[in-house]
Write a protein that binds this ligand. Structure first.
Ligand SMILES: [Fe+2]
Ligand SMILES: [Fe+2]
Length: 142
């Protein structure tokens, strides 16, 4: 299981969103390490719970940014977020009902997050940069 290394190619060009992503990757790496070490059920449960909470917080944050920027893909992007939350909630409830979770769970979340950042979040980042550039280019009222 390979940990995710934060690198500039994961940047979407927005500091707030990048900071959230870096934090999520840190939590994910921690959970991966705990699973790999064979940590106890309670450690894994706490780690997944934290990742679930922070992922939800990040999604809300990103959706707020999209709303403020009148991002046209908001509804679609929100559905993508919701689909990951459903998966994570399912992993979490099976963990809560006593099942073990293995590396396939963190692997799944990792692949989802990375491809979502590289595609959908970068698209959003490009849109936000375009807006900022447009605003900076305005010299006064037309
Ligand atoms: Fe997103
Ligand atoms: Fe994101």
């Amino acid at each position: 299981m390979t940990q995710v290394q934060w690198s500039p190619n994961l940047s979407v060009g927005n500091d707030e969103i990048d900071a959230d992503h870096e934090k999520l990757i840190g939590l994910l790496n921690g959970l991966m390490a705990d699973i790999e070490k064979g940590s106890g059920h309670e450690v894994i449960r706490t780690g997944l719970e934290q990742l679930m909470t922070e992922t939800q917080n990040h999604f809300r944050h990103e959706e707020r940014i999209m709303l403020q920027a009148s991002y046209p893909e908001l509804a679609y992007h929100q559905r993508l977020h919701e689909s990951l939350m459903e998966e994570i909630r399912e992993f979490y409830s099976s963990l809560e009902s006593g099942s073990e979770i293995g590396p396939e769970v963190t692997e799944f979340i990792k692949n989802w997050l990375i491809s979502h950042i590289m595609e959908s979040d970068k698209q959003l980042g490009g849109y936000l940069q375009g807006l900022a550039a447009g605003q900076a280019g305005q010299t006064g009222p037309e």
